[in-house]
Design a binder for this molecule. Structure first.
Ligand SMILES: Cc1cc2nc3c(=O)[nH]c(=O)nc-3n(C[C@H](O)[C@H](O)[C@H](O)COP(=O)(O)OP(=O)(O)OC[C@H]3O[C@@H](n4cnc5c(N)ncnc54)[C@H](O)[C@@H]3O)c2cc1C
Length: 476
């Protein structure tokens, strides 16, 4: 889809028969826009990016007494998360679920005393999977009886490779697992064709792209971070979400943030000389600071000019980017169905689909689904989304659909981060390394839950502490 079509889809509510699609209401919290940013001030720190990494870094640094300017290209905070009303629920179009095995985000949940709720599919009554293109409805026991061997074989090297899961480079990759794709490894496992096909879909969702695109070594990390336990991994990935959505946490953090916040200003150039870093924006403003924290996604770094140029390893990783490039949709369907979890195949428009909310009278459900690529499903076309849903639930009447294409958004250029082959061992350490007075913080370069809200907070907090130490202690 071209950018023009994205904007059209994002701005419009399209009614076609009984099916409605709408996307992208950006709720800009009223207390955010602060135009007191000053071009004549030498800030202690400029944080570029107001996703969870940038929010964490700005909050921690400003509360430590540093004079901080936080910039974001978008007209809202939250980055690759945003919450909006859909089908009577506060739904998250980007990052959503998290778990108690994710220490940084869970600590924020406890700090602000936030409530969680569970995805309905965490208590699925039925599993739908696909054999020879046809849906099969079975019990969770039937499904897991078939799939546990696939999980156990795929994740077998996890403990040896990641004895310290939050230190992903502790053990050298002597078996060259980073040189293999998840898809190649699945093909080599001792499984039947159906098990392989269904597990390819799972690996596809993990990398949010075809399973052959992402590194096997990087995919192993998720189970390692769940204590090498597939059930804990699943809980961390998909059980809990914040009541009211991720916006509740972002707003709490922003309310605690003493930084000057400037939205709608994109960094186009970051240059450093004589101990000062200058950030030039697309509004032709120039802001100066002693330290700059780049809290922007890996996939958008290539659009920013750095002077002097960054290292060749960083530049090449920016150009290659992460693999997350798939789709996420919600659909409200009418009809009585068991709460279900569906595992399709990675060439289907939606390779996973499940019940996210079940209505009290069981007359309708809100489903959530993921697909490998916008090439397989135009999420702004309600007829296409309805057809994709009906592959799982042929009897369902689709009332409304909703999606946001993060791939076409110039400030994300993709979804969540999984690395392609070779990037973890060749580039992660370098991507984290500061260059002069420029530091890097974002979910896409975290040590632990890289690619998650947790990783964003981890990375923002770690860099804030490093910058605080570098600047010296200031009284709040
Ligand atoms: C569809 C989808 C589903 C996901 N599901 C989950 C999930 O269930 N659980 C989970 O934990 N994670 C999930 N994630 C991942 C998670 O949302 C991200 O990893 C995390 O929010 C990233 O935070 P960040 O601060 O590192 O980056 P971002 O949130 O991307 O923040 C970066 C900020 O930088 C800004 N920016 C970009 N370029 C510039 C520029 N040149 N100048 C100024 N500002 C700029 C952007 O506007 C943005 O606000 C999902 C992501 C997507 C897209």
């Amino acid at each position: 889809m071209k950018r023009r079509e994205f904007i059209k889809g994002a701005a419009a509510t399209v009614a076609t028969g009984a099916v409605t699609a709408c996307a992208t209401p950006t709720d800009t919290p009223a207390n955010l826009e602060n135009n007191t940013a000053s071009e004549s001030t030498l800030y202690d720190v400029i944080v570029v990016g107001a996703g969870f990494a940038g929010l964490t870094a700005s909050r921690d640094l400003s509360r430590n007494g540093h004079n901080v300017l936080m910039l974001d290209a978008r007209g809202r905070i939250g980055g690759r998360t945003f919450t909006t009303q859909f089908a009577d629920h506060q739904t998250d179009m980007g990052g959503t679920w998290f778990g108690s095995g994710q220490p940084s985000v869970w600590a924020e949940k406890m700090r602000y005393d936030l409530e969680v709720e569970e995805s309905a599919a965490a208590a699925s009554e039925e599993i739908i999977w696909f054999e020879n293109g046809n849906p099969v409805n079975g019990s969770p026991d039937d499904y897991w009886g078939m799939m546990v061997p696939a999980y156990d074989q795929f994740y077998a090297p996890s403990r040896a490779q990641y004895p310290h899961p939050f230190d992903p480079l502790k053990v050298a990759d002597t078996d060259q697992l980073d040189q293999k794709s998840a898809g190649e490894v699945i093909d080599s496992l001792d499984l039947n064709p159906l098990q392989k096909e269904l597990f390819h879909a799972f690996a596809c969702i993990n990398g949010h792209s075809n399973s052959y695109n992402s590194s096997y070594l990087d995919q192993l990390r998720w189970v390692a971070l769940g204590g090498h336990d597939k059930w804990v991994m699943w809980d961390n990935l998909s059980r809990f979400k914040l009541k009211g959505g991720t916006k509740v946490l972002a707003d709490k953090m922003q309310a605690d943030n003493r930084a000057t916040t400037k939205l709608g200003s994109a960094a186009v150039k970051v240059s450093q000389s004589n101990g000062t870093v200058t950030v030039t924006t697309n509004r032709e403003e120039q802001f100066k600071a002693k330290q700059v924290v780049m809290a922007v996604p890996l996939n958008t770094c290539k659009d920013i000019e750095f002077s002097p140029a960054l290292s060749p390893v960083k530049t090449s990783a920016f150009n290659e980017g992460h693999t997350g490039s798939g789709t996420k949709i919600y659909a409200k369907v009418k009809g009585k169905f068991p709460k279900f979890f569906g595992n399709g195949t990675q060439d289907m428009p939606l390779c996973f689909l499940w019940t996210e909310y079940d209505s009290a009278d069981e007359a309708d459900q809100v489903l959530c689904g993921f697909g490998a690529s916008p090439d397989l499903l135009d999420i702004n076309n309600p007829i296409a989304v309805e057809a994709a849903v009906k592959q799982y639930l042929p009897e369902a009447e689709v009332l409304e659909t909703f999606g946001y294409d993060w791939n076409l958004d110039p400030w994300s250029k993709g979804t969540w981060c999984m690395y392609p082959k070779g990037m973890l061992t060749s580039a992660l350490a370098e991507l984290q390394r500061p260059e002069g007075n420029i530091q890097f913080a974002n979910a896409d370069i975290a040590d632990g839950w890289r690619g998650f809200i947790d990783g964003a907070i981890e990375s923002g907090a770690q860099v804030a502490q490093a910058v605080h130490t570098k600047l010296g202690v200031t009284t709040a």
